[in-house]
Structures are given as C-alpha cells and as structure tokens.
Design a protein around this ligand. Structure first.
Ligand SMILES: N[C@@H](CCC(=O)N[C@@H](CS)C(=O)NCC(=O)O)C(=O)O
Length: 280
C-alpha cells in the first residue's frame, strides 16, 4: 500500500505527519495524520488510534489536544484519521446537517444506498488503516490502543470492544455510549443501516458490552458535567450500568465545569495517554 506525505513538522523531537492514500474500504482518497515519536527512530513503538467527533477532520486533534509532548515522552505514536469518506461522488446529508454524512461517518459500515458506496468507516479503522500504518511506520501493531471523543468515543468503544486482538486498550472522552438511545445515534443508525433496530445493536457500546466474548480489562472515560450534550446525547450512566452488568471495570470521571470542547480534551489527554501506555 502506498501513502503520500503531504505535510511534515518536527514536534517534541518527533514528527507530526499528514498523508493521503487511496482507501479500498472507503472507495476514495483519504487524508490522515500521525505523530511519530522520537523513539521510533530506533525501535518499533506502541500506537494509538484517535477517533474524532462530529464535524472534525484529521486536524482537530492534532492542533487542539496538545497530545504530542506526552506522546513523545512515552514513545507512543498517535494516528488521527478523518471522520468520514470525502471527495467527489461521496454522498452528504441532503440538508448539509453536521450530524450525518460528511464529517459524521459514525465508524460503521453503511448498508443503505447511497451511503453503502463509501461509508465503511468500521472496516477502514478496524483493518485497512492499521495495516497501512503497520506497513508504513515503525509501529508495533501488537501494541495498539484506541480512544476518541463523542462520535469518536462511540467509535473507540465499539471498534475496541469488537476487535480486542487489534486494540488492547480503550478510552474515551464524552462518548456517545448508546447510539440506539439518543437522537444523534438514531438519526445515523437509521440513515446508514435502515429501520431494523436489531442491526443497530452491532454498533451500540452498551449492547456490545453484554454480547462480546472477550471483555476489556479496563475502560477509562472522562465526561465534563457542563457538556451541552450530556443529558440528551451522551448518557454516561448507561455505560456505567452496562459495565456493571458485564463485570467490566470502568473508571468514569465526571469532570466538574468542563464542556464538550477540545479544551476539555487537552485538560485530561495526559491521563489517557498514560492509561494506554501502561497497558501497552
Ligand atoms: N454544535 C456543534 C456540534 C459539533 C461538535 O461539537 N463537534 C465536536 C465533536 S462532537 C468537535 O470536536 N468539534 C470540532 C472542534 O471543536 O474542533 C457544531 O455545530 O459544530
């Protein structure tokens, strides 16, 4: 597989890179970012996959989360993909809504036309991208973790739960924990998967916690209590209940005064990086 580096900046002794590549899963050209820590000059390093939320590209996390300094200290690479397929011929929400279509791929494989032509973010994140990264950079694919924010927190939880061999550690910031039970999720799942709610369960972290064979050894979730989306969309109490029922140890931290923004993420990113590094 071939990728083209389109931007490169030295950062905390490592390299912040942006590249493009042809994605067969998504059937379009994709752009993606990766921070490669200085330790990768001499040996393979653990790798984290960061999944961003609604409206984001590969750049929001890179520019706003402030993750590079600690990632360089810990010797961890961080891959930040885009949040949907893009480009000519890729369908978007007819009204240009921010919560469906472009920038809102929901990390699933769409079955409904026209979305099923490109919207296969589940395959992209769980298989194609890790294979590309492993063959292109000095990362140890056996030491990979996954984390994300909001829609990306949903992606990290669901993809991590379903692929424990690929992703050995999982954490999230303000995740959508039960898309079958909130307006963002109901819109996305009905649009991409159709009206049969049984099919939706494959992309609901609370459902998956009960059904997956291999339960995670630990989960870390941070959630701001001043987050505008907390009550209607995010509902972290449902994740707590699902983890209790499944016997999964969840560290759920309700952070007083923090909202949904990257200022919140930047405030706690170090804890998440250390959480992953400890397990990898
Ligand atoms: N109401 C917001 C919803 C989108 C939003 O809050 N997106 C979050 C993830 S769910 C985000 O990370 N936005 C980009 C950023 O803050 O850089 C909008 O209209 O853009």
């Amino acid at each position: 597989m071939i990728l083209e580096i389109v931007a490169e900046n030295k950062c905390f002794g490592g390299r912040q890179l942006q590249f493009t590549h042809e994605s067969s899963a998504l059937n379009c050209t994709m752009r993606c970012s990766i921070f490669v820590p200085p330790q990768a000059d001499t040996s393979k390093v653990p790798v984290l996959y960061w999944l961003s939320g609604l409206t984001c590209t590969d750049e929001n996390f890179v520019q706003k989360a402030g993750a590079q300094r600690i990632a360089a200290e810990l010797g961890v690479a961080i891959v930040a993909p885009d949040t949907s397929p893009r480009g000519e011929g890729v369908a978007d929400d007819p009204e240009g809504a921010y919560d469906f279509g472009l920038g809102a791929g929901f990390y699933l494989n769409a079955t409904q036309p026209p979305w099923n032509q490109h919207y296969r973010m589940y395959d992209y994140i769980s298989a194609e991208l890790p294979d590309l990264i492993a063959s292109s950079f000095a990362v140890d694919a056996e030491r990979a973790g996954i984390f994300g924010h909001s829609m990306g927190g949903h992606g990290a939880l669901t993809i991590g739960l379903k692929n424990p061999q690929r992703f050995k550690s999982i954490s999230a910031f303000a995740p959508i924990v039960a898309p079958t039970q909130c307006p963002w999720g109901e819109k996305a799942l009905s649009g991409y998967l159709g009206d049969d709610r049984e099919r939706w369960n494959a992309y609901d972290a609370c459902e998956l916690l009960q059904s997956v064979q291999q339960k995670p050894a630990a989960l870390l979730v941070d959630q701001g209590d001043a987050d505008n989306f907390l009550v209607e969309q995010l509902k972290p109490e449902l994740l707590q209940q699902a983890c209790d029922a499944a016997g999964v140890p969840l560290t759920l931290r309700l952070q007083p005064g923090y909202d949904h923004s990257y200022f919140f993420i930047a405030s706690f990113i170090e804890d998440h990086l250390r959480f992953h590094a400890d397990q990898l």
